[in-house]
Ligand binder design. Structure first.
Ligand SMILES: Cc1cc2nc3c(=O)[nH]c(=O)nc-3n(C[C@H](O)[C@H](O)[C@H](O)COP(=O)(O)O)c2cc1C
Length: 139
């Protein structure tokens, strides 16, 4: 099994209803594929973590990359896992407030364009935010 984490930029406004329909659709599809994860929306940026069977994840990642609802997808982290962390979440979703972003990132910016597979200490700020939520949801 594998996981992938990326950040991207929203290209269009989504109403509450759009978001609900979108989540209903992807949760149903993820359940079918055995994929779990979390999606964050932060100031017009998506940060998503998906995990599941490797071939399914690769295929979904390619599909998501073509989605016109966002652009400039950048890979933050990927790797193999023995076990899924989000057993109960076909796709957890959270809109992160300005205050939460500040609390987690202090004065760092999410707009960092540097693309790298992060080392232990030097994570992209988006990953710090992501893993902060991953930890609260999977405890
Ligand atoms: C930010 C973002 C995250 C997405 N996450 C998922 C996801 O976790 N699972 C999924 O099936 N589709 C996801 N999608 C939607 C896919 O891009 C695509 O529209 C959908 O999988 C198409 O499914 P279908 O071709 O089987 O109808 C996401 C789209 C965006 C813009």
């Amino acid at each position: 099994m594998k996981f992938v984490a990326y950040m991207s930029f929203q290209t269009q406004m989504m109403t509450q209803k759009d978001v609900e329909d979108f989540l209903l659709y992807i949760r149903e599809k993820n359940s079918r594929l055995g994929i779990t994860g979390i999606l964050l929306l932060i100031q017009g940026k998506f940060i998503q973590y998906i995990e599941g069977p490797s071939t399914k994840i690769d295929k979904l990642y390619k599909t998501i990359e073509k989605d016109k609802r966002h652009k400039d997808m950048m890979l933050l982290d990927t790797g193999s896992i023995n076990e899924q962390q989000f057993k109960d979440w076909s796709m957890a979703y959270h809109e992160v407030s300005e205050k939460q972003v500040k609390d987690i990132m202090k004065d760092k910016s999410l707009d960092l364009k540097k693309i790298f597979i992060p080392k232990e200490k030097d994570n992209h700020p988006a990953l710090e935010v992501l893993y902060n939520f991953v930890n609260t949801l999977t405890k």
